[in-house]
Design a binder for this molecule. Structure first.
Ligand code: ZN
Length: 160
């Protein structure tokens, strides 16, 4: 028996059974603790992964929200531009046909329409800069439709 053998080697160890039991228990507890540590490390790793993904998604959705807001704003400006141009037309007609002296009014409207035009161009640039860039075929230089795996013009496979 192992216990007897150990007792002959270490005669002053009184209750070898208890000691062996404690040792066994210790290593069991140690294994449990290590297992728990690994689990928590894995959980932490997954947590980091999940929060990175969440950050990514949040960033994407806030960009999308911003893009939608800007497009909405541009449509409002386009409507305003339509009204301005119609107004300019009406004032110009009145002036030309001698119905009323609207020169000053016409100048003001022309001025604000020019500003509106610049505002719209700026917004259009911002929108196109935020738009995902289309893929360009490395062979023929044509645009490849989103999600396409082959060039629709020359058939070259898209490599990234
Ligand atoms: Zn091509």
């Amino acid at each position: 028996m192992l216990e007897n053998y150990i007792q002959t080697l270490f005669p002053n160890l009184a209750n070898i059974k208890i000691i062996l039991g404690v040792t066994c228990q210790m290593s069991f507890i140690q294994r449990m603790a290590e297992g728990a540590k690994q689990l928590s490390e894995r959980a932490r790793g997954f947590g980091e992964f999940a929060s990175d993904r969440a950050k990514d998604i949040t960033k994407k959705s806030s960009e999308l929200l911003e893009l939608t807001r800007m497009k909405h704003e541009l449509r409002k400006l386009e409507k305003e531009m339509e009204n301005n141009l119609a107004g300019i037309g009406a004032l110009y007609y009145q002036q030309q046909s001698g119905q009323a002296d609207v020169g000053e009014e016409l100048q003001r409207l022309l001025e604000s329409t020019r500003e509106l035009d610049m505002e719209m161009k700026e917004l259009e640039e911002q929108i196109s800069a935020m738009q995902p860039k289309p893929l360009i075929c490395s062979d023929c230089g044509k645009e490849i439709p989103q999600g396409g795996r082959f060039c629709t013009y020359c058939g070259k496979q898209v490599t990234n």
